[in-house]
Design a protein around this ligand. Structure first.
Ligand code: NAD
Length: 334
């Protein structure tokens, strides 16, 4: 059994590697990544956590020839495709960078998938495809125009995979719409380590807690939510990782969409308070203007994932805060 993990040095891909190795101890797992938003240190940490000597190729998925060589060299039974740019705001400023990377990379993988008749394809989609709809979001909700080019690339890739699965009925595709993955592996060795200024909330919180950034800016304090700050569905990254293992095991013919969330909303202030309480550390914050395009409340309906994948997120907000800080603290000591 062999699986390709594209973008496997990044946040979610690296955690998924650990869950895959645990579930398939004898499988050949190959990681490719161009390291644009990750560092080789994560590969070393992955080897330490798993005890594997990892098969890794530094490769850009947009390089069609390099992708062809890879598929010539290895025989895969499944592809897990995490590789893509993900910073919503950057995608508004530089949309072409997102359209080219996220779509071209996906097309090159799908071509090889068809050429070698690789049955299983798991794609990292996002709750952003729901656009300005209303929570709790269900997989059957119609996709409103995404609020950013980033979200649009996810919707386009979903559509490509749905069309390709329709035309090739042997194909089994899972389109996993993640809500807000945070936290880190419990070892503290693997976590979220973006190469530039973090655009997600939790790495921002940990950088402020660490003193690397002066203050946490909370965008909007006047939303119609319990405390005025925006509500999101935070999910532990190891629950997301395990969701991929479940998707690989339960993936059916055709293309099937699943929300990966907890089904519970937590406000930004609730998350900050939980972080402070669990870790005994203060996170100075300031409430500023809303960010254009941000919704008040985004959380998932998770019934389809629970029944279709026989998977359920089990870790708490406290687990997420503790593990994220544990990872960041370890990085202070290095
Ligand atoms: N983290 C989130 O909050 C979130 C939420 C919803 C969806 N997603 C999606 O899930 C996927 C994984 O997210 P993540 O948080 O692990 O991101 P990440 O940036 O940590 O990981 C993505 C990895 O892909 C690599 N990569 C990017 N373009 C590549 C290319 N052309 N060729 C080879 N490698 C390339 C990067 O170097 C990085 O290591 C992404 O597609 C992202 O859009 C993430």
């Amino acid at each position: 059994m062999g699986f390709l993990i594209a973008g496997g040095i990044g946040f979610i891909g690296s955690h998924t590697y650990i869950s895959l190795r645990k579930r398939f101890p004898n499988a050949r797992l190959v990681i490719v990544d161009n390291l644009t938003n990750s560092t080789i240190q994560t590969l070393n940490s992955l080897m330490e956590v798993t005890g594997d000597s990892i098969l890794f190729h530094q490769l850009d998925l947009c390089d069609e020839q390099a992708v062809e060589h890879l598929f010539n060299r290895y025989h895969f039974h499944g592809i897990l495709h995490f590789a893509g740019y993900k910073a919503v705001e950057e995608s508004v400023v530089n949309p072409l960078k997102y359209y080219i990377n996220n779509i071209q990379g996906t097309l090159n993988l799908v071509k090889q998938c068809l050429h070698y008749k690789i049955e299983r394809f798991i794609f990292s989609s996002s709750a952003t495809v729901y656009g300005n709809g209303k929570s709790p979001f269900k997989e059957s909700d119609s996709l409103l125009p995404a609020s950013s080019p980033y979200g649009q690339t996810k919707a386009i890739c979903e559509r490509i995979l749905q069309d390709v699965a329709y035309a090739n009925p042997w194909l089994r595709v899972s389109l996993l719409r993640y809500f807000n993955p945070i936290g880190a592996h419990e070892s503290g060795l693997i976590g979220e380590s973006p190469t530039s200024l973090p655009s997600n909330l939790m790495p921002y919180i940990t950088k402020v807690a660490k003193g690397e950034l002066p203050i946490l800016k909370i965008f909007g304090g006047d939303y119609p939510t319990l405390d005025g700050t925006a509500v999101r569905d935070y999910i532990h990254v190891m629950d997301v990782a395990e969701g991929h293992v479940a998707a690989l095991e339960h993936v059916r013919r055709g293309a099937h969409v699943y929300n990966l969330g907890t089904g519970r909303g937590t406000s930004v202030l609730q998350l900050v308070r939980a972080f402070e309480q669990v870790n005994g550390i203060k996170v100075p914050y300031q409430i500023v203007e809303r960010r254009p395009g941000d919704l008040a409340s985004v959380y998932a309906n998770v019934h389809k994932a629970e029944s279709g994948l026989q998977w359920k997120a089990s870790r708490t907000i406290e687990n997420m805060c503790r593990d994220a800080w544990n990872f960041e603290k370890r990085n202070i000591l290095i």
